[in-house]
Design a protein around this ligand. Structure first.
Ligand code: P6P
Length: 296
């Protein structure tokens, strides 16, 4: 993976950092099988009960990142604030260590999401400044999808080694939709109408409740749209800008797709605070544009 990353334009430091992250995610893949799916007895900054797996995944990532000499700071969906690692570090790493962790006890796919910024301050910046982004899908197979700004590339974990599988890009035209936050159709006639249109036009439904496998489906099939709109009772939805939407948006744009909050690109939303959430429409450009118009 290191040689591949350098050939794709990553600096030695960035390549080393991503290799360290890939080692951490191989460890999380193993932890998912062996760690209890029960509650940890703690809550995250959003007031959500943490699972033992959330804490375990966070600890694995933190330990690997703290061992990397190029990490200045770590931000996590599971933490209240940035962890400052070293003053001479080059990168800040933001992550959702185990997105959808509650799906593990029903044996459905979950994922890790990571975004990498140069420097150590994030407030006032946008996700377009990320220098790299990756996600890992822990499913029947464990795969890692990354971009360092030169296309989107997939690796498969085989006996603890990440094997290059190839490039991913959108360009397909099969109609898939992944409608998150369906409860919003109760408050939003426009969302209800859009879902009805998709069904009447015989779009294929592919929604698991895990953002990572649901968006990975779009990238692997080459088309489709994932929706998580807001609603009057929760105007900004619930997905996190820094830890979930920003990294996924960079990957999707690099694959030839787009990601919007319904008005502007996710990558152009200014970061006001670490816990910021945003509605997200992400996938094929045509489908995102259609959904943004329907939900404007
Ligand atoms: P809902 C998982 O908890 C998550 O954060 C994302 O992975 C997923 O897309 C979303 O929530 C699912 O939310 O409201 O459909 O259960």
């Amino acid at each position: 993976m290191f040689d591949f990353l350098q050939k794709n334009g990553a600096s030695m430091e960035l390549a080393e950092l991503i290799v360290e992250l890939s080692r951490a995610c191989a460890g999380i893949s193993n932890a998912i099988v062996h760690t209890s799916t029960g509650k940890a007895g703690t809550q995250n900054v959003y007031g959500e009960d943490q699972l033992a797996l959330d804490v375990q995944a966070e600890n694995i990532l933190e330990n690997h990142l703290k061992s990397c000499p190029f990490v200045a700071a770590i931000g996590s969906e599971e933490l209240d604030d940035l962890i400052h690692v070293r003053d001479d570090g080059k990168y800040t790493v933001v992550h959702d260590p185990l997105d959808g962790s509650s799906l593990v006890n029903v044996n459905m796919a979950v994922g890790t999401i990571v975004g990498i910024y140069e420097g150590s301050d994030l407030i006032g910046r946008t996700a377009r400044e990320q220098v790299a982004a990756l996600y890992v899908v822990y499913g029947p197979r464990t795969t890692l999808v990354l971009t360092v700004g030169d296309g989107v590339h997939e690796f498969l974990l085989l006996d603890d080694v990440w094997k290059y599988e190839g490039e991913l890009s959108l360009g397909g035209d099969k109609a898939y939709f992944a409608p998150g936050n369906l409860r919003a159709t109760k408050e939003r006639d426009d969302y209800f109408a859009l879902i009805c249109e998709f069904m009447k036009e015989q779009y294929t439904l592919r929604y698991s409740g895990g953002m990572v496998p649901d968006i990975n489906h779009i990238l692997k099939k080459g088309s489709g749209v994932f929706l998580y709109p807001g609603m009057p009772s929760a105007p900004d939805g619930k997905l996190r800008l820094l830890f979930e939407c920003g990294p996924m948006a960079m990957i999707m744009e690099q694959a030839g797709g787009s990601a919007s909050n319904g008005e502007i690109d996710i990558l152009d939303i200014k970061v006001k605070d670490l816990t910021q959430i945003t509605p997200i429409l992400i996938g094929s450009k045509k489908e995102v544009s259609r959904a943004a118009s329907a939900l404007s």
